[in-house]
Design a protein around this ligand. Structure first.
Ligand code: LFR
Length: 484
């Protein structure tokens, strides 16, 4: 049984990477062939992604990969909600906007007047985030010339293959997708005066999306007929597919720029209580529902590091975490979901202001700031998982923490202590693994979701954190920041 090699391009909010996974019966080896920075660009009209730069990074990574392996297929995933528009000639109209640009938030009220929040939730089951595609489209200036809307991974797939399609896990984050019927929502599109022809036909994870175009094969050295597979193109959906759970009663936290914390369900929960708690029903592989809420995540830390680096101060993670571990517990706490933390800029200053406003003092030293961030995230993890259990009537026996955050031992330990549950950390590369295993499954190498998860549990390095300490201290801390 010779292993087959698959390439995953995984675009994250701060960096993109291409990895190759070799998959066999008892084998899952990953090699990163290329990593490149993803730096947002501020233009006069707003904050943008450098879409061509990202595409170039993918091509560079595929070239490295094709030089070393005979690739069975390629799959693309990225963050959700953001899109590019194509005109009648297939040219990109403008530069895709970054979800941290405020234009979506400015359009929320106008959308609400046409489509009340409660009605929208009953159709889409989507959490309210001010940057959801639906709000960005209400602020869109290019709609009159636009013929096709492509979410970012679909745009990269289009540039690689020439085909158009809308992969469904990512489509479910737009606010235009009906969670009950599993199709684009005609009533939502009508309420917003959006032409249904803008939205391509849906694809499912595992579908064949096309083969690479001749100039792509020439530029990368890929075989001319190399297939591009539609994976779970929403990075969080790929990450959840790669949670190495062996039981049903698990919760997950996909922890990177964001912490996506929740449960895997068979059917959406579209109740008013669920809407009030702002839980989302995004799609996973095999029609599963990712019942979760966005927690602001390690963005709070990475953006603080960026601030410190710009000022020439210490900003290296291992040292910051050492100082945070030594800092006084529960000295200052915030609600990480506060809207003022969303935009780029001086994060430590905003944390200090938030603390001052809530009658606390956040010391200036970096250990205290990082401790504040990690304890606050642990509280938000706990709050979100407890609410998910309550709203679904399900018990949680273990928390799987996957993604880059699983390397942050202090955050894993604090999350175990705050929830009183064991935290199983890893794999750190869950998104790329989910991307690769959906391709391997389409190739017939892995049988089903359970087999994917067992393969990951057998082959990847995981770490278990048992809860310790007095949970009542966390109960009190949660009450202090309104996260009880
Ligand atoms: C995580 C993620 C989240 C989504 C956010 C913005 O990378 O995809 O799931 O809410 O980015 O797109």
């Amino acid at each position: 049984h010779t292993p087959a090699a698959f390439a995953a391009a995984d675009l994250g909010a701060t960096s993109g990477r291409v990895l190759v996974g070799r998959v066999g019966r008892d084998r899952l080896d990953l090699t990163e062939t290329h990593r490149f920075a993803n730096t947002p660009v501020q233009l006069p009209d707003g904050l943008h992604w450098n879409a061509l730069g990202l595409y170039q990074g993918v091509l560079d990574g595929l070239r490295e990969a094709a030089a070393r392996w005979d690739l069975a297929s390629v799959g693309i995933d990225s963050w959700a909600v953001d899109y590019g528009l194509l005109d009648a000639d297939g040219a990109l109209l403008g530069n895709p906007f970054h979800y941290r640009d405020p234009r979506g938030a400015a359009a929320v009220q106008a959308v609400r007047r046409r489509l009340p929040a409660r009605e929208l939730y009953r159709i889409t089951g989507l959490q309210h985030l001010p940057f959801n595609t639906i709000f960005q489209l209400a602020a869109e200036k290019h709609l009159d010339r636009a013929r096709t809307l492509l979410l970012l991974p679909d745009l990269i797939t289009h540039w690689l293959t020439g085909t158009v399609g809308a992969e469904v896990t990512n489509a479910s984050t737009t606010g235009l997708y009906d969670a009950r019927t599993g199709s684009w929502s005609a009533p939502v599109l009508a309420a917003l005066n959006l032409d249904p022809a803008l939205l391509p036909a849906l694809r499912r994870p595992g579908d064949h999306a096309g083969t690479v175009l001749p100039h792509v094969a020439a530029a990368t050295g890929l075989r001319p007929d190399t297939p591009v597979v539609a994976v779970a193109s929403h990075d969080t959906a790929s990450a959840v597919a790669a949670v190495p759970a062996d039981t049903e009663d698990f919760a997950y936290i996909s922890c990177g720029t964001w912490s996506l914390a929740g449960l895997e369900l068979d059917a959406p929960v579209l109740t008013d209580a669920s809407r009030a708690a702002n839980f989302t029903n995004e799609l996973g592989i095999d029609g599963t529902v990712r019942y979760l809420r966005n927690v602001m995540g390690l963005w709070l830390l990475s953006e603080s590091q960026r601030t410190w680096r710009a000022r020439g101060e210490r900003h290296h993670l291992p040292e910051l975490l050492e100082r945070a571990a030594a800092a006084r517990p529960f000295a200052a706490l915030v609600d990480p979901g506060a809207p003022e933390f969303l935009a780029p800029g001086d994060l430590p200053a905003r944390l200090a202001e938030h603390c001052a406003r809530t009658g606390q003092h956040l010391p200036e030293d970096q250990g205290a700031v990082v401790r504040c961030i990690l304890e606050s995230l642990a509280l938000a993890h706990r709050h979100t998982l407890f609410q998910a259990a309550h709203l679904t009537g399900r018990a949680i026996r273990a928390v799987h923490l996957v993604g880059g955050g699983s390397r942050n031992a202090l955050l894993c330990r604090l999350t175990a202590d705050a929830t009183g549950l064991p935290v199983i950390a890893g794999p750190a590369e869950a998104t790329a693994i989910g991307n690769i295993l959906v391709q391997a499954r389409a190739h017939g190498l892995v049988e089903d979701r359970g087999a994917m998860r067992r393969l990951i549990a057998r082959t990847q390095c995981l770490r278990r954190y048992e809860p310790a300490g007095d949970i009542r201290a966390w109960d009190a801390a949660a009450a202090r920041v309104g996260l009880a």
